[in-house]
Design a protein around this ligand. Structure first.
Ligand SMILES: [Zn+2]
Length: 177
């Protein structure tokens, strides 16, 4: 069942952890299955070492035989609003810090400007709607929500955002008197 998806979730989860984009048990991911259901990381799963039982199916009506991420309703709203193939929630730390002092993250580095443009900081109830306009958004003080055609694309948006946020952070530090 959905083994190709499971392998990609495992690989991307490990990359998120190794890149410092999630805490040990933070973040969550889902992919949309051909039958309209989702494959979602289990609540509290360690994304860096997704094992047997850490991936849970959620049917199109929202029912599940397991304990999917507590964020599953947010993911479902994103799929409904955007038609995306995947949703990826991470905790990129520089981006989180910036989200507490700004209403948007505006990259100044070349890749961030090219790939992302302005990344809005939103309250939780606005995540799905904001993702219609932007491939990635920040929930204030919490983390990023990216949508993508596949997990690789969502990983790219997430890592580019954190890189841009870190560059902004470094610039601020250098500009201190
Ligand atoms: Zn989170």
């Amino acid at each position: 069942m959905a083994s190709g998806y499971a392998e990609e979730l495992r690989t991307v989860g490990r990359m998120l952890w190794e890149a410092g984009l999630v805490s040990s048990n933070g973040g969550n991911m889902s992919v949309r299955l051909p039958d309209g259901g989702l494959l979602v990381t289990r609540t509290g799963a360690m994304l860096g070492r997704i094992g047997e039982g850490d991936l849970v199916t959620v049917a199109a009506d929202g029912s599940s035989p397991g304990e999917p991420s507590m964020d599953t309703e947010v993911h479902r709203a994103v799929y409904e609003a955007t038609g995306a193939g995947v949703v990826l929630h991470a905790h990129p730390r520089h981006a989180i810090a910036l989200s507490l002092v700004a209403d948007a993250v505006e990259p100044v580095d070349a890749e961030g400007r090219l790939r992302l443009g302005i990344v809005p900081v939103v309250e939780p109830e606005r995540i799905a709607k904001a993702l219609r306009e932007s491939p990635i958004v920040l929930a204030r003080g919490h983390g990023s929500y990216a949508r993508g055609d596949d997990l690789w694309q969502a990983l790219q948006w997430t890592s580019v955002l954190e890189e841009s946020a870190e560059v902004l952070w470094l610039l601020r530090a250098m500009r201190q008197p």
